[in-house]
Design a protein around this ligand. Structure first.
Ligand code: SF4
Length: 315
């Protein structure tokens, strides 16, 4: 496997009122180059904490207490902040849920694109050519108008296309897309997801954070399901849909709308706050198969044929 990112034993937590609570627990993951990898789960599962740990964009009360983040075999945790700025936004690029977060409201789109590190030292004509090519690749029409616009003058979908063009101009190799379509209409969402597939076809690697398993099925090569900071199931996305093993994965899939008009099933209860300590399997208060062992002992992520699952009932 040609790995671009390898996470080893990664633990991150937050100090809250003098106590420390983990939001990611000893995470081990590998991401193959040129694929779309999904990280899925409900809100509060630790998905965004994972992205922010990779990008070292954690709040002041957070601390990474163990592990390594190997990007192209270099441990990102060993890199000083001033050097990390040469990686963040260039080699590793974030597409946020709200594209407005990545655009400066005070500057026109052209000025912002011209400031991207990879082109800011080029002559104006050459830089403009690269920008125009990137905007064409993300299927923006009326490019001259878009370049003269301020971010607030563009629709949400158009802003997200501009952000993806930024990733192209930056020559990003790893793109972290954190719920990139949540704020968009369905038809616009699909066109943005199609663009991510086009990036993958250019051998870019995408880590797509989502709570929507239909996106995982339709657009992603692999799927990792996270629950309260633990990986509970890892598989190819097709395998996961064909034969989900972990009760949490099954519950997420049962909650998906289907064309057959089947009644949707809600997942019992709610995600617990990180300040609540849960013994054994963290999903046990919501799981319909809970047994005594689940309450007492933590199930480890173990190989189960071609996938990995953390559940006492799956062997
Ligand atoms: Fe449910 Fe037990 Fe499996 Fe946890 S370990 S998911 S509680 S069956």
């Amino acid at each position: 496997m040609d790995k671009i990112l390898e996470i080893k034993n990664l633990t991150t937590g937050f100090y809250i009122e003098n106590n420390f609570y983990n939001v990611l627990n000893k995470i081990n993951l590998e991401f193959e180059k040129g694929k779309i990898h999904a990280l899925a789960g409900e809100s509060g599962c630790g998905k965004s904490a994972f992205v922010n740990t990779i990008l070292k964009l954690l709040p002041k009360n957070a601390k990474i207490t163990s592990g390594e983040i190997l990007f192209q075999e270099q441990n990102l945790l060993d890199i000083k902040e001033k050097d990390f700025n040469k990686i963040r936004g260039t080699k590793i690029f974030l597409i946020p849920q709200d594209p407005f977060m990545s655009l400066d409201p005070l500057y026109k789109i052209e000025n912002q694109l011209m400031e991207i590190n990879s082109i800011k030292d080029k002559n104006k004509e050459e830089a403009k050519k690269i920008i125009t090519n990137a905007l064409e690749e993300v299927k923006i029409q009326n490019i001259d108008n878009v370049l003269k616009s301020y971010p607030h003058e563009l629709s949400g979908g158009m802003k997200q296309r501009v952000i993806i063009a930024m990733a192209l101009i930056s020559n990003a190799e790893l793109i972290l897309a954190d719920e990139p379509t949540t704020a968009l209409d369905v038809s616009v969402s699909n066109s943005i997801l199609d663009l991510l597939v086009e990036l993958k076809n250019k051998n870019k690697t995408i880590l797509l954070i989502t709570h929507d398993l239909s996106i995982v099925y339709n657009y992603c090569d692999t799927a990792t399901i996270m629950y309260l900071g633990d990986i509970v199931e890892k598989a190819t996305s097709k395998e996961l849909f064909k034969n989900p093993k972990h009760p949490y994965t099954k519950a997420l899939l049962a909650a998906l709308p289907t064309k057959k008009g089947k009644k949707l099933e809600n997942i019992k209860g709610q995600i617990s706050p990180i300040t609540q300590v849960i013994s054994g399997c963290k999903f046990h208060p919501r799981c319909q198969y809970t047994q005594e062992i689940c309450v007492k002992n933590v199930p480890l992520l173990e190989k189960c044929n071609s996938r990995e699952v953390a559940c006492w009932l799956v062997k």
